[in-house]
Write a protein that binds this ligand. Structure first.
Ligand code: PMP
Length: 439
């Protein structure tokens, strides 16, 4: 009996060691980390340079409360992140995780509205499906029914628009008319809510746990930016999963040259070494808030020097090892290999992704796009089978949290061809096993 509890009652193997793309449990079983934890360990486990940077910082100071001290590590990391963002997006607020980063963005947006005489703006529009975190504020903008339903009376219901899912709607994702079609739903929603009541629109540039690596259709991002500008609505990009190189650019927003007003990031920044996240905002948003008396928000552990020193070292590794480039190259190979699996295995109905944020979706019938029956719990069962093979993958339900099963295949950005072979072999064996099981 353990004193720990997380989601369920099941006990997991005890982790003993992790190096690069591999992890070992206490019984000596080896796993290939095909999900980078939960899309966290972008540079792999136990990187010696990151560990050395953390040791150096530990020898100096591990904590300084942010209202008492700046630290060299937090200042340098803030400057580094500002340099990686589009010009103007240069005010950095540190947090310890993705949900905290999302909360911070929504509270900054609200305080900006108050400071600039737009106090009626309080609604944050988001998409269904989407995932933005588990704190009540972040959950309020999460479009995932099973997660939100129990808490609905406790949080303000925020308006939602459909996330573009061209593959389900039989639309061509490469046709700009498709992007326009979905973006115009945002326009209609802002108008029906009343533009003066809408504060911001938040979206994952490439869907993560929610839509399963779904890439926006052509023209969508640009059109969304235009619509937000037209209505004075702030655009918040949730790069918690996509940031830090996962999609082949440091920020996924770069693929569409769409300039958000606020970027939030976390997972790949701490990369499994430390809890760390950041909200990076346009100076034009931050200045009025500071003039009006300051940003009334903050978390005790935020921006601690150990976390920031690790974050800096992580970015140094991403740059020194060319990991954005590797994510692009290996991601293209992985997608091609997944498409190969789809040709052989009828149960795979769609394959998609960007960089090393890749996924496939199970379907009972490719033509009708019917999902597998819900009772099969395919998303959980497949992960267990792969786990048995020593391959870790990540899965969720795709269709609004209720049905549809996707498997995210998102190894650390340091993967090479040999690792890819091992991943694809593990998937293939697991697919055969699973198809036999449900036959
Ligand atoms: N936003 C996105 C896009 C995420 O994927 C996640 C975590 N899966 C979060 C926010 C919340 O991050 P955290 O679990 O670190 O609070």
């Amino acid at each position: 009996m353990s004193n720990l509890f997380y989601q369920g009652r099941g006990r997991k193997p005890v982790l003993e060691q992790a190096r690069g793309v591999y992890m070992w449990d206490r019984d000596g079983k080896r796993y290939l980390d095909g999900s980078s934890g939960a899309m966290v360990c972008n540079i792999g486990h136990s990187d010696p340079n990151v560990l050395a940077a953390m040791r150096r910082q530990m020898d100096k100071a591990t904590f300084g409360y942010r209202l008492h001290f700046e630290t060299e590590a937090s200042e340098r990391l803030a400057a580094k992140l500002a340099g990686l963002c589009p010009p103007g997006l240069d005010r950095v607020f540190f947090v310890s995780g993705g949900s905290e980063a999302v909360e911070s963005a929504m509270k900054l947006a609200r305080q900006h509205a108050l400071a600039t005489g737009q106090g009626g703006r309080c609604k944050v529009i988001s998409r269904t499906p989407s995932y933005h975190g588990c704190t009540l504020g972040a959950l309020a903008v999460t479009g995932y029914a099973t997660l939100t339903a129990p808490f609905e009376p406790m949080m303000r219901d925020m308006p939602k628009v459909p996330a573009p899912r061209a593959y389900l709607d039989d639309l061509n994702p490469n046709d700009p008319a498709t992007g326009q079609y979905y973006a115009d739903m945002l326009d209609a929603k802002i108008r029906s809510e009343g533009p003066d009541s809408v504060l911001a629109f938040i979206l994952e540039p490439v869907g993560g746990a929610s839509t399963g690596a779904l890439v926006p259709p052509a023209g969508y991002m640009q059109r969304v930016r235009e619509i937000c500008d037209r209505h004075g609505v702030l655009l918040i990009m949730d790069e918690v999963m996509t940031g830090a190189g996962r999609t082949g650019r440091f920020f996924a927003a770069e693929h569409w040259v769409t300039r958000p007003d606020i970027i939030v990031m976390s997972k790949g920044l701490g990369a499994g070494y430390v809890p760390l996240g950041a909200m990076i905002a346009d100076a034009r948003l931050v200045e009025p808030v500071l003039d009006a008396g300051g940003f009334a928000h903050g978390f005790t552990y935020a921006g601690n020097p150990l976390a920031c020193a690790a974050g800096l070292a992580v970015i140094d590794e991403i740059e020194a090892q060319g990991l954005c480039r590797n994510a692009t190259v290996m991601g293209e190979k992985l997608l091609a290999r997944l498409a190969g699996l789809m040709q052989k295995h009828e149960i795979i109905g769609d394959v998609r992704g960007k960089g090393l944020l890749c996924a496939f979706e199970f379907m009972a019938d490719r033509d009708s796009k019917a999902p597998l029956p819900r009772r099969l719990n395919a998303y959980q069962r497949f992960v267990d089978i792969a786990y048995g093979q020593g391959l870790i993958v990540y899965s969720r339900r795709t269709r609004d949290g209720i049905e549809g099963d996707h498997i995210l295949v998102c190894p650390p950005l340091i993967v090479n061809d040999t690792h890819l072979d091992e991943i694809v072999d593990g998937l293939e064996t697991s697919l055969v096993h699973y198809t036999d099981e449900i036959a």
